[in-house]
Design a protein around this ligand. Structure first.
Ligand SMILES: Cc1cc2nc3c(=O)[nH]c(=O)nc-3n(C[C@H](O)[C@H](O)[C@H](O)COP(=O)(O)OP(=O)(O)OC[C@H]3O[C@@H](n4cnc5c(N)ncnc54)[C@H](O)[C@@H]3O)c2cc1C
Length: 302
């Protein structure tokens, strides 16, 4: 587990001091609050705070005074309607604040999601820990031959051992030099803000990341997707598990319309109609490019 005993004690203390509140509470999220869920070899995600629940989405959509309708089924239907019609602002009424520990190269992808608030651990002020992401054997894969932006089969044999050894020894060597450079024993010691440039992209950083539910769903749709890099996908999948418990109705609608759904172009809909009318449509007669046709086939394949 990537937490020190002191950090775990802080979490235990927080979880032991519950207080009553008038605010909307999601029982599902309460069970996750503060707890670190391990991701990769040294990383984690933990929920630090949240605002709102399924009812808050409906309350905002109706601009009501109370906590929404009495019937849960009405709320479920409304949430599905909002999701289906991209009526997104009611989802923005819910917020989630996460504490994430992640490798720097994953953070670079994550930070591209601009619609969140971030505060990162300062490597100008503090010293980064000697913790590096080293992939498991099955994640240590060769360049994909079908997708320029992905990986293919896992490396094997002597090549896998050599790569693993380089990843470990290069990281260790860089960190040794980092420590030596910032040391003030018998020397001035290089500023931390400069010494950190020697560290590799698989070192771990940490941040607080706060986002509303609409933009969180957008992040999860892109990053929990099979096209996302494995190392960010596992974080997204872990967050999905928490969101499922936090706002179960909204998550069900998200799963149905976004994660499991697909957007069809006008030409794709036209093809589908022709197919349903018994016409044999091919890529050549579809009006779609080869790539579009391949993706269309993947959507309709049973
Ligand atoms: C599989 C995959 C591969 C990728 N490959 C690359 C790559 O090769 N190179 C690369 O650079 N990036 C790449 N990205 C990153 C991608 O292009 C987006 O930057 C990232 O996914 C964030 O998406 P976003 O901008 O929609 O999210 P957010 O920044 O959270 O924005 C959410 C939405 O808000 C709106 N918005 C936010 N800011 C602005 C703005 N300033 N102006 C207008 N509208 C705004 C947009 O509608 C946007 O969709 C990749 C992402 C994925 C998932």
């Amino acid at each position: 587990m990537p937490l020190t005993p002191e950090q775990q004690a802080e979490i235990d203390e927080l979880r032991a001091s519950a207080r009553p509140t008038l605010r909307a509470v999601s029982e599902g999220m309460e069970k996750h609050l503060y707890l670190a869920r391990p991701v990769l070899d040294h990383g984690f995600v933990r929920a630090i705070d949240y605002m709102g629940d399924d009812a808050a989405i409906c309350q905002a959509a109706r601009v009501s005074y109370g906590r929404g309708t009495k019937a849960v089924s009405n709320d479920e239907g409304l949430i599905r309607y909002l999701m289906r019609h991209w009526h997104s602002t009611p989802f923005e009424m819910c917020e989630l604040k996460l504490h994430v520990k992640l490798p720097v190269f994953v953070a670079r992808q994550w930070i591209r999601h601009r619609t969140a608030n971030v505060n990162e651990y300062s490597a100008r002020y503090s010293i980064l820990d000697r913790e590096f992401y080293i992939p498991e054997a099955d994640a240590l894969a060769a360049q994909s031959v079908v997708n320029n932006q992905g990986r293919g089969e896992a490396l094997s044999g002597e090549e896998a051992s050599r790569v693993l050894e380089w990843l470990k020894s290069d990281a260790a060597r860089s960190y040794d030099h980092y420590e030596e450079m910032i040391s003030t024993e018998g020397q001035q010691g290089l500023a931390r803000e400069l010494a950190r440039m020697n560290l590799p992209a698989n070192i771990y950083t940490q941040w607080y990341w706060k986002v509303d539910l609409h933009n969180l769903f957008h992040f999860l749709r892109l990053r929990a997707d099979a096209h996302a890099q494995y190392e960010i996908r596992v974080y997204a999948e872990t967050i999905c598990e928490m969101v499922k418990d936090w706002v179960p109705s909204a998550y069900r609608a998200f799963e149905d319309y976004r994660l499991g759904g697909a957007t069809l172009s006008a030409s794709a809909i036209d093809c589908l109609r022709r197919m349903l009318n018994g016409e044999e449509v091919t890529q050549e007669t579809s009006g779609m490019s080869k790539g579009e046709w391949r993706e269309f086939q993947a959507v309709i394949a049973s």
